[in-house]
Design a binder for this molecule. Structure first.
Ligand code: MN
Length: 132
């Protein structure tokens, strides 16, 4: 058993290569092999979002605070709120973020494959973020 105490892991800012706007990452847990599990909070300020990206074996999001948006390539922009749960299938191109005027926090649960949990792609444009 391993207990990670609250306050023992440093926060970090999402870099401009992977995020538009201000996003803070707060790690929850990364397991040692043979587990492939990684989980962390991401808190997005209004207007902030990830770039487009994929996950090799999918990703689970649990919205824990606020209201935000998620989008898939070729799909509609969906509004999500605290308590909603989102599953992205393996290799499904997508983004996640805040709303235009509201912040959003989610827990992201991701499994690694060959040491990678995400493949980052191009930024989400304002038109894509606003669904127009
Ligand atoms: Mn994702």
């Amino acid at each position: 058993m391993e207990i990670t105490r609250n306050g023992s892991q440093a926060s970090s800012l999402g870099g401009p290569e992977n995020f538009t706007g201000h996003a803070r990452r707060d790690p929850i847990h990364t397991s040692a092999a043979p587990s492939r599990l990684a989980a962390g909070y991401v808190t997005f300020d209004p207007g902030a979002r990830t770039t487009w990206h994929t996950h090799p074996v999918g990703q689970l999001l649990i919205i824990t605070a606020g209201a935000g948006r998620v989008g898939t390539w070729g799909g509609a922009v969906e509004e999500v709120k605290a308590g909603d749960v989102v599953w992205f299938a393996p290799e499904e191109k997508h983004w996640h973020g805040a709303g235009p005027d509201t912040g959003m926090t989610h827990i992201a649960v991701t499994e690694m494959e060959d040491g990678s949990a995400v493949d980052w792609l191009e930024p989400v444009t304002d038109d894509q973020f606003l669904g127009r």
